[in-house]
Design a protein around this ligand. Structure first.
Ligand SMILES: [Zn+2]
Ligand SMILES: [Zn+2]
Length: 246
């Protein structure tokens, strides 16, 4: 047996053993063999892009948005689901319960919603998602503390899958310094807490970036990431997030 086959066989045995001990089942309904079954995937609270705010991705606010007053730095923001029970369970399983097999499932949800958003205009009149008008894919990074705690950056895993799906090159260029926990802070406190906490490692002269994140609550992290990209010369930033707290 060639030696290089050994790690693969060990991995396969470990997977088989893990499947026997903790069988795969749907996060939504417990149905066996799938992480997110077809029915639960369909039943998730998908945001209809037709009515969504093109600037912050809120499920409503196409004409007037009380969430962002159409003042965000993003060229457009597209969100897949409102942050309800099933969406929260999916995010928690991925981020905190180490269910890394959800990375391609989440990337597929982002790709689906981006595809829908390509039919609806941003404020500049162009499609909210315009693959031909993008040069690279970036992600809002985890804090150093979260990375150390989990051992992985969950959005990097999604970004790698989405880069593969969209053909956009992955730009792993944002770095995040540790900040006070955002939970319990007001909208203004969150923004002040994050100011200057995300920065880009390289100049991005005139690149048009797709920036992804997991959950938009007030948008403070996403906007801080966009500002970091724009301050290093990015021409425009389009955002896509899995969930929108609403
Ligand atoms: Zn299910
Ligand atoms: Zn808005």
């Amino acid at each position: 047996m060639p030696m290089r086959s050994l790690p693969r066989i060990c991995r396969s045995l470990a997977d088989t053993l893990a499947e026997l001990l903790w069988p795969t089942c749907c996060i939504g309904c417990g149905y066996p063999d799938e992480l997110l079954c077809e029915r639960c995937r369909t039943d998730l609270p998908w945001i209809a892009q037709r009515w969504a705010c093109p600037d912050c991705g809120a499920p409503f606010g196409w004409l007037t948005c009380t969430e962002c007053a159409h003042e965000w730095e993003l060229r457009a923001t597209v969100c897949a689901w409102t942050f309800g029970d099933a969406a929260a369970r999916t995010v928690t399983a991925f981020k905190d319960h180490h269910e890394l097999r959800l990375a391609p499932v989440i990337a597929a949800a982002l790709a689906t919603t981006l595809d829908e958003a390509s039919s609806w205009p941003a404020r500049d009149g162009r499609p909210r998602y315009d693959p031909g008008g993008l040069d690279a894919l970036a992600f809002v990074p985890a804090t150093a503390g979260a990375y150390a705690r989990r051992g992985y950056d969950h959005m990097e895993l999604v970004a790698r899958e989405l880069a593969h799906e969209t053909g956009l090159p992955l730009a792993d260029i944002l770095v995040r310094s540790s900040v006070r926990d955002q939970r319990g802070l007001s909208r203004e406190e969150r923004a002040a807490n994050l100011e200057g906490s995300i920065y880009a490692l390289e100049d991005l002269s005139d690149l048009r970036i797709l920036l992804i994140d997991d959950v938009i609550t007030t948008g403070a992290s996403l906007r801080e990431g966009a500002r970091a990209l724009l301050s290093r010369g990015a021409a425009a930033v389009t955002a896509c997030a899995l969930c929108r707290v609403w």
